[in-house]
Ligand binder design. Structure first.
Ligand code: THU
Length: 137
């Protein structure tokens, strides 16, 4: 499986594409499919605020719209642009999107602490009682 550090590097690269003129907070994500493809995403803000899309959902929706539905891990890097990275955990809406497509006991999140350092979490740790209609095997 693709190295967590390499996936984090791709998340950092995706973060450069952030459109975040309202918050100045840039987020990048790199999502690894079970068949070894990577889909990246950045946060895309909107002057009307509610249409804003997080980096994680951008990556998921790109992948799903290309026919991918099985994922093994996602790397996420965020922070105020021009400042050191801040350790972030995805918002509840993004965790719920992950819940739709990923096994919470298996899916891994690579959360950047700095450009070189990260921590790994499973989806079940971050959303322990997540809702799903998807039948479990
Ligand atoms: N944001 C993400 O893209 N991912 C997260 O995990 C948390 C928040 C974005 C949304 C908004 O554009 C900015 O960060 C500040 O909330």
């Amino acid at each position: 499986m693709k190295d967590a550090k390499e996936l984090l590097r791709q998340a950092l690269e995706a973060r450069e594409k952030t459109y975040s003129p309202y918050s100045g907070f840039g987020v990048g994500a790199a999502l690894l499919t079970k068949d070894g493809m990577v889909y990246t995403g950045c946060n895309i803000e909107n002057g009307a605020f509610t249409p804003t899309c997080c980096a994680e959902r951008t990556a998921f929706f790109k992948a799903v719209s290309e026919g991918k539905k099985e994922f093994s891990r996602i790397a996420i890097a965020g922070g105020h642009m021009g400042k050191p990275l801040e350790r972030i955990v995805p918002c509840g809406v993004c965790l719920q999107v992950m819940m739709e497509f990923c096994d919470p006991q298996e899916f891994e999140l690579v959360l950047a602490i700095s450009e070189e350092d990260y921590e790994m979490r499973r989806l079940a740790e971050l959303l322990p009682y997540g809702f799903s209609l998807v039948p479990t095997s």
